[in-house]
Design a protein around this ligand. Structure first.
Ligand code: SAH
Ligand code: SF4
Ligand code: F3S
Length: 431
């Protein structure tokens, strides 16, 4: 019988990758993915609880799905991801129409939950997660995500991830290497290694050691990774980026705040000066590297002075791009219990000005690339202009250029003719 699954994913790349695992499991059971939730046999929400906004979006969509379920007999609703882990059986109390709740450490149980072979909830801590290799239905055919570690031990005071993803655990390197070998055989060109803190990868190899092994795999052209923690970024990783040909010249290194007082309250384990020093060393050793970051405004007790220090940091460091967020109080976290929570208007104001400053810096950085020649991996047709191709530089910037007669997945040289706020324009050379 034809069975269909609709999956809606919120949150980070790790969550999107987990959705590929869920679809992999269900495909083996004869399910096909559909983009129409109203008629699906199973609706899965792979949820995110990093900020309140992400949660609210999910709850409103869940309401709609429940109305679909009332019209289609046999439809099942599964809640996965970080809200599933955080809320557990409370979800059934609030939403009796939900059939199963599945935490990120228990994705392998999806099949049994659907078949009704298990109770309807799976949110236990699961140390064995590192040894489980699940089938995958990957969303892309060129670029693939590869999990290298699960969980997080850092307990930054604002962050819910250590409570939803469990303790930090590294996957055995042989599993990772064989997965990447298989990806190369299947024609994948780029891999992105995933972990909350890849610098603390620790199996029989450390992270730079893992990169050295992966760099040898024929067929794979580009290696990326997210996320690095500034505290744990050492010279050995900087050297690996600089020496290993396939490891791309881009690092995402979340600063969070430019104020040492706030960094301390956040439990980040570094000062702004230490951070800035690492940036200097990276830029010195890896020419042309792009550096991106995450910033939070309105952390409890953040004064105007603290905020101005973050603004100064942006101007001093000149990131290639940032993701910036209003602080959002999260259950269980230390910061949510701190005094002096900042009101929403102040947070919005601070965020607005921060984005204005950074937009100018991003545009300036992109303009500085005009006239340079960049190696681009062709990803396909541009979504906004059918006459154009789109691809990415090694530094992870989007480049659009006139269509030419080459295949998706090719690597080509492109001269940058225009740097814009969110992308580059160019023209292919030597073709
Ligand atoms: N493990 C990664 C980050 C994961 S969460 C790291 O440590 O770098 C991605 C980003 O969300 C964080 O870097 C932070 O900037 C933001 N974030 C996390 N919790 C938040 C909260 N409670 N409010 C606002 N932003 C938050
Ligand atoms: Fe959250 Fe900090 Fe862990 Fe990143 S390192 S996931 S911000 S606790
Ligand atoms: Fe990712 Fe959101 Fe969970 S950012 S780790 S899905 S809380």
């Amino acid at each position: 019988m034809y069975k269909s699954v609709y999956i809606r994913t919120f949150g980070c790349q790790m969550n999107f990758h987990d959705s590929e695992k869920m679809l992999g499991i269900l495909e083996k059971e004869g399910f096909t993915e559909t983009d129409n939730p109203s008629n699906a046999d199973i609706i899965i929400f792979n949820t995110c609880s990093i900020r309140q906004k992400a949660e609210q979006k999910f709850y409103s969509e869940l309401g709609r799905s429940i109305s679909y379920k009332k019209r289609k007999t046999g439809m099942k609703i599964v809640i996965g991801g970080c809200i599933a882990q955080q809320e557990g059986k409370n979800i059934f109390k609030r939403f009796p129409d939900v059939d199963s709740v599945l935490g990120p450490q228990n994705i392998y149980m999806l099949k049994d939950l659907i078949m009704g072979k298990r109770s309807s909830i799976a949110i236990d801590d699961n140390p064995e997660i590192v040894n489980i290799n699940l089938p995958l239905k990957r969303a892309d055919r060129l670029r693939a995500w590869v999990t290298i570690m699960y969980g997080c031990n850092n307990f930054c005071s604002f962050c819910i991830v250590p409570y939803t993803r469990g303790r930090e655990r590294s996957r055995p390197s042989e599993h990772i290497i064989s997965e990447v070998n298989k990806l190369a055989e299947d024609g994948y060109k780029e891999i992105t290694l995933l972990g909350q803190n890849v610098n603390s990868y620790n199996s029989d190899l450390d992270f730079p050691g893992l990169l050295r092994h992966l760099n040898k795999i024929e067929g794979i052209k580009r290696i990326r990774f997210v996320t690095s923690h500034p505290r744990d970024l050492k010279d050995d990783l900087i050297n690996a980026i600089s020496e290993l040909q396939k490891v791309c010249e881009h690092i995402h290194l979340p600063l969070q705040s430019g104020s040492n007082r706030i960094l301390k309250l956040m439990n980040r384990g570094y000062t702004y000066e230490e951070y800035a020093d690492k940036i200097l060393r990276i830029r010195e050793k890896v020419k042309g590297i792009s550096i991106t970051s995450d910033i939070i405004v309105g952390f409890p007790g953040e004064t105007d002075e603290d905020y101005l220090k973050t603004m100064t940091a942006l101007k001093e460091i000149e990131f290639d791009g940032i993701f910036s967020f209003k602080y959002s109080a999260r259950p269980k976290t230390i910061a949510s219990k701190m005094e002096c929570q900042i009101n929403d208007d102040t947070k919005s104001d601070r965020l607005k000005h921060l984005i204005e400053i950074q937009d100018k810096i991003t545009e300036m950085k992109n303009k500085a690339l005009e006239g340079t020649v960049q190696e681009v991996l062709l990803e396909g047709e541009s979504e906004t202009d059918k006459n154009k191709f789109t691809g990415r530089t090694r530094s992870n910037k989007i480049v659009n250029f006139q269509k030419i007669n080459i295949q998706k997945g090719s690597i080509l040289l492109v001269e940058i003719t225009k740097g814009r706020k969110h992308s580059l324009e160019g023209k292919p050379i030597n073709i």
